[in-house]
Design a protein around this ligand. Sequence first.
Ligand code: C5P
Length: 242
Amino acid sequence: MSRRKQIYEGKAKILYEGPEPGTLVQYFKDDATAFNNQKKGTITGKGVINNRISEYIMTLLNEIGVPTHFVRRLNMREQLIKEVEIIPLEVVVRNVAAGSISTRLGIPEGTQLPRSIVEFFYKADELNDPMVTEEHITAFGWASPQDIDDVMALALRINDFLIGLFLGVGIRLVDFKVEFGRLWQNDEMRIILADEISPDNCRLWDIRTNEKLDKDRFRRDLGGSEEAYQEVARRLGILPEG
Ligand code: C5P
């Protein structure tokens, strides 16, 4: 879509100017990166599947009253979204230990956590997205205490909803990462869910076999990434395309 003005290019997505003010077009690439760009590759068809999965999940979240930036899907790889001011935090919610919390705290992967844990990471590639606390977030003005309360409440509602959604299709939601943005309407600011929710930023394990159905297949060279992403879409009932 070169006729549109590109606003931003990230590792897995491109943002273009939208058709109306206050909107953007989010394009999903097949590019996959891990370990802050040290590992690069492609997962064929990933962009198409993530566009559909994120559409599906954000539509449901909108329906249960969790505000999101999603407006509508435009085509196989693009969706129309509301333009927001991104809060520079990666908000991770964990239900089961895996990945960085296992390494950091020595908790074996697969250990059920005593309760859902929310972690914040400062979005800064050059610093490897360091973990930060509410102290850092408020001291450096990335978000106010009220913003943090709103983000936590939304993240936990999303978690509760996603746990049930995935459990219904035989998948354990181990953890996920979300990003939020500020939207101004008539002088009022609201925090809404932005970015995407897909197997790129969730850990999804088959409930019976613990088989990984997410980006860890790419990160850990397990093979079968394309098939795993397709399997998640198939179980959610959004493949083959109707
Ligand atoms: O690596 P870590 O265990 O902290 O990742 C927690 C969750 O956040 C995983 O689901 C991972 O896919 C996601 N994540 C992400 N983008 C990052 C870091 C983590 O989507 N930059």
